[in-house]
Design a protein around this ligand. Structure first.
Ligand SMILES: [Zn+2]
Ligand SMILES: [Zn+2]
Length: 346
């Protein structure tokens, strides 16, 4: 959707987001046809530059389709370390060798959750501890995840660095773990979402980015982010159950981009299934995601001017399944497709 401030080339000059990818979940949503929705990723565009929130599948291609230029990338923010939010972080860094040469000496910051610090509790549906991945470091944070991704591609990268004299991705990107404030009672298993105030994680001349913990067990920490500019703000939920922290972070925001799941779809998916895997998967969705009606309730409580739903699960849902949000939200409502433009100024 465009707006009244678009220029001759179709680009808006107002602070806005471009919804690069709007589907949630670690899958391609085929079910007979490929979804038109790529994996979750959002560009926050301010004064000619942009910030990425999450790197779902297809993000690099969507950046080009959106008419954005990689050299204008000012930062990457990862809400949490589920693969549907990180799967193309590696491809951005690897293919970025050809797009981001101008960032030598001025690397793009990648900010995301730190190491969980301990495994999540074993599902009560399990009869014994399964064999899990990488017992020597089973819950890496953003910094370690990025380093491991680059190490996995060392054969490729070293060819390019040594033979083609390309830069190292470590010269173009710096990955940092977000430090959670002390004294708020956070614990990854026992108290992953304490009531808290937002805290600043990034600042440049265009934006101040704040974070807050959200409720997406068993992963922890999981963050929502708010980008504040001179003209307005956008608040992006990450993946979360309905939580009071979202209303806190989104207070008075110009645009709330909130995740949404169709619980009727989830119920249908696991109807009649009694095996532990199905029951555990259904449990996960109910304790970790938000209905369209609850997203509207949170947006109303926050006094958000606009609400858009994204991270849609399923990614192939008929738009009608999200109507509860439109019917219950007091402000301007959007159900964006990929590559839609939504302003967030006040
Ligand atoms: Zn997700
Ligand atoms: Zn998630």
């Amino acid at each position: 959707m465009t707006n009244d401030a678009t220029t001759d080339n179709g680009r808006t000059q107002r602070d806005h987001v471009i919804t690069l990818g709007t589907a949630g979940g670690p899958r391609w949503w085929e079910r007979g046809r490929l979804s038109d929705r790529c994996g979750i990723s959002t560009a926050v565009v301010v004064d000619g530059g942009f910030y990425l929130v999450d790197c779902g599948h297809g993000v690099g291609r969507r950046i080009h389709e959106a008419g954005l230029d990689f050299k204008d990338l000012r930062g990457i923010f990862i809400t949490h370390l589920h693969s549907d939010h990180t799967i193309d972080l590696g491809s951005l860094a690897l293919f970025g060798l050809y797009e981001l040469g101008s960032r030598m000496g001025n690397p793009v910051q990648i900010l995301g959750p730190g190491d969980r610090g301990m495994l999540p509790p074993l599902s009560p549906r399990a009869s014994k501890m399964p064999a899990y991945i990488a017992p020597e470091s089973p819950t890496p944070g953003t910094r370690e995840t990025f380093a491991t991704l680059m190490k996995a591609h060392a054969t490729d990268l070293n060819d390019r660095i040594i033979d083609s004299l390309r830069p190292s991705p470590h010269q173009l990107f710096t990955a940092t773990d977000i430090t959670i404030p002390e004294g708020i009672g956070y614990h990854p298993n026992e108290n992953p979402t304490p009531d808290m105030d937002p805290f600043v994680i990034f600042r440049d001349q265009w934006v101040t980015v704040s974070a807050i913990l959200v409720e997406h067990p068993p992963i922890a920490p999981a963050f929502a982010f708010r980008f504040q500019t001179a003209n307005g703000s956008v608040t992006i939920s990450g993946d979360t159950a309905a939580t009071a922290n979202m209303s806190t972070l989104a207070e008075g925001t110009g645009l709330l981009l909130h995740e949404a799941i169709d619980f009727d779809y989830i119920d249908g998916l696991y109807a009649g299934k009694k095996d532990p895997t199905s029951i555990a998967a259904r449990d996960h969705h109910y304790k970790s995601h938000t209905s369209a009606a609850d997203a509207a309730r949170i947006a109303n409580k926050a006094g958000a001017r606009r609400l858009a739903l994204h991270h849609l699960v399923p990614g192939t849902a008929d738009p009608l399944v999200w109507k509860d949000a439109q019917e219950n939200f007091d402000g301007e409502f959007f159900l964006p497709n990929d590559l839609d433009v939504i302003p967030f100024d006040l």
